[in-house]
Design a protein around this ligand. Structure first.
Ligand SMILES: C[S@@+](CC[C@H](N)C(=O)[O-])C[C@H]1O[C@@H](n2cnc3c(N)ncnc32)[C@H](O)[C@@H]1O
Length: 205
């Protein structure tokens, strides 16, 4: 079957992307692993022994990075609505994070302990309708913030992906209420033409 112009362009960009090539060579499941590596290189939030929650984890690039960083004394709990092949040292929960029963399963997996670090790379399936994609991105970020408010240790860290646009500034204000410091980051591996930004909240109140 003939490929459309846009799928040809996507394929070309994918195969020529240096991070895709590096991920293949270095054993990462997704180029997104380099976003977390670069973010952590700058802000040093991943440490051995940490209990980490990885929301929107599939196919598992961030989980691979987090699991290596926390080591055998740490714990990584990963969650996604999609399936994810096992990552050594990572417990995976499949389900929609917006569903109460899925949230409960994650809370139970924490075994009554609070997390040291919550990561959320959750992103909606893009419909191409900017206003609705933006609203869904904000809603996912809010779910991650609600979770962090309840289940992150005082002093803990939240890293959350969000698209810039409607609701972004309001979300930053909400983050500032719960964290001593909030910074916006755009790692080099994040595509320039994507409006995604990572917000890092440190020093949970
Ligand atoms: C950009 S990908 C994550 C990539 C991942 N960090 C990695 O390095 O492999 C975004 C993920 O968010 C997940 N997601 C979106 N909405 C979700 C929801 N409501 N509950 C759980 N996962 C969700 C998607 O299924 C998708 O796998």
């Amino acid at each position: 079957m003939a490929r459309s112009k846009s799928s040809k362009a996507w394929l070309h960009r994918h195969v020529t992307d240096p991070y895709v090539q590096r991920a293949q060579a270095e054993g990462y499941r997704a180029r997104s692993a380099y976003k977390l590596l670069q973010l952590n290189q700058r802000d040093r939030f991943l440490k051995p022994g940490m209990r980490v929650v990885d929301l929107g984890a599939a196919p598992g690039g961030w989980s691979q990075v987090a699991s290596k960083a926390v080591g055998p004394r740490g714990q990584v709990l990963a969650l996604d609505v999609l399936e994810m092949a096992p990552v050594p040292g990572v417990r995976f929960i499949q389900g929609d994070f917006g569903e109460h029963s899925v949230l409960q399963t994650l809370v139970e997996a924490l075994g009554g302990e609070a997390a040291d670090l919550v990561l959320s790379d959750m992103a909606p399936n893009l419909s191409g309708i900017a206003i609705s994609d933006q609203a869904r991105s904000v809603a996912l970020a809010e779910l991650a913030l609600d979770f962090a408010r309840e289940h992150l240790k005082p002093g803990g860290t939240l890293l959350v992906k969000m698209f810039q646009g409607e609701g972004f500034q309001e979300f930053v204000v909400a983050l500032r209420q719960s964290f001593a410091k909030v910074a916006a980051r755009k790692p080099e591996a994040s595509r320039k033409d994507s409006s995604e930004v990572y917000l890092l909240g440190t020093g949970k109140r």
